[in-house]
Design a protein around this ligand. Structure first.
Ligand SMILES: [Mg+2]
Length: 346
């Protein structure tokens, strides 16, 4: 079998519920732009993936990636993953571009096998609990209102993306715990907004409030800062979400005591191949690799590996609108179709 064509299509659509993240971080804007990538073969099977940006992905496919794919056997995924890695050395690819081709090739592989992807790459479970991952709401009252709606729906775990103000965010964590009681799993995502001293302050408050994890409070360039943070706070750190270098980099977060749990994902860790490597690396240290972000590819990864706890599902609005496929038990199953199942209505 040979790859005969690599096609791209830019998809642009209005954002249904516009939202913001912490202070300083760009929010949704008015339109979302993504690129659909289709890898076609001489046997008629097509693999598909989506990259979360537009013109930049089309440019990379046109100038660099199509050329290494045409004429190749699409099932030699390790080989092609390394070819993309070589392009990264020249281009310093955006993290999602490192994985887009690999995701499409795995979609194609699972379609050939006639199986849902999660069964091809591991098959740890066919249903996984989701956590409600908030955007940043106006004030504490609105966060508590949204939390109530999430719990009423059936979620048993909530993660905050808050304002990026250390005092206010720490207080919000404690107010939310007081509001929901001890039995709801709570997490906090700093979206890399703090320096070390503010990260320590927030981490201590979240530890007091019994939060399950403390995610990415600082940019992940300096591993030593995370090592110092881990020594200073008594809460599990979830690290290495946006750091470059896939499993090579996650290995250093683990080796230098800068993580208690690590992030894996299909879009920031080099597709399915890289996401699995990170998960298996973490498992060898008895660590969880929590899957970052939603969508069918990440859902397949989360259901393929044993050492992850939840699927991340974003809550963009108040009143809340729950992602299709999440049941009243707060859990979700991957589509039961060959491949990733991009277009399967839940
Ligand atoms: Mg995050």
């Amino acid at each position: 079998m040979k790859i005969t064509a690599v096609e791209t299509e830019i998809l642009e659509e209005p954002v249904k519920h516009q939202y913001v993240w912490r202070k300083g971080l760009p929010g949704s804007g008015t339109h979302s732009i993504s690129t659909k990538v289709m890898i076609r073969t001489d046997e008629g099977v097509t693999g598909e993936a989506y990259a979360p940006r537009g013109a930049i992905m089309v440019d990379l496919i046109d100038r660099r990636l199509r050329g290494i794919l045409i004429g190749q056997d699409p099932l030699l995924k390790e080989h092609l993953w390394r070819e993309v890695w070589e392009i990264d050395r020249i281009e310093e690819l955006p993290l999602y571009a490192l994985g887009t081709v690999d995701i499409a090739l795995w979609d194609l592989t699972a379609k050939l096998a006639g199986l849902p992807l999660y069964k091809v790459i591991g098959g740890a479970r066919n249903r996984i609990p989701a956590y409600a991952s908030t955007v940043t709401f106006r004030d504490t009252a609105e966060f508590l209102d949204v939390a109530d709606q999430c719990l009423d729906y059936g979620f048993r775990a909530i993660k905050l993306h808050a304002w990026g103000d250390p005092r206010k965010d720490a207080q919000l964590g404690q107010d939310l715990r007081a509001h929901v009681g001890p039995d709801v799993a709570l997490m906090y995502d700093g979206s890399a907004g703090f320096d070390l001293i503010d990260a320590i302050y927030v981490g201590r408050a979240l530890a007091e409030a019994g939060f399950f994890w403390y995610e990415e409070p600082m940019r992940e360039f300096n591993i030593d800062a995370y090592r110092r943070l881990a020594k200073a706070v008594d809460i599990p750190l979830l690290s290495a979400e946006t750091s470059d270098g896939a499993h090579y980099n996650v290995a250093d977060f683990i080796a230098f005591d800068a993580a208690h749990m690590v992030r894996t994902s299909t879009h920031y860790k080099g597709g399915i191949t890289g996401g699995l490597r990170v998960a298996h690396l973490a498992e060898s240290f008895n660590m969880r690799a929590e899957v970052h972000g939603g969508g069918p590819a990440n859902l397949a990864l989360a259901c393929a590996i044993p050492n992850t706890t939840w699927y991340e599902s974003l809550i963009y609005s108040n009143p809340i609108e729950v992602e299709a496929g999440i049941g009243r038990d707060g859990a979700i199953s991957p589509p039961n179709v060959p491949g990733i199942g991009w277009d399967v209505p839940q």
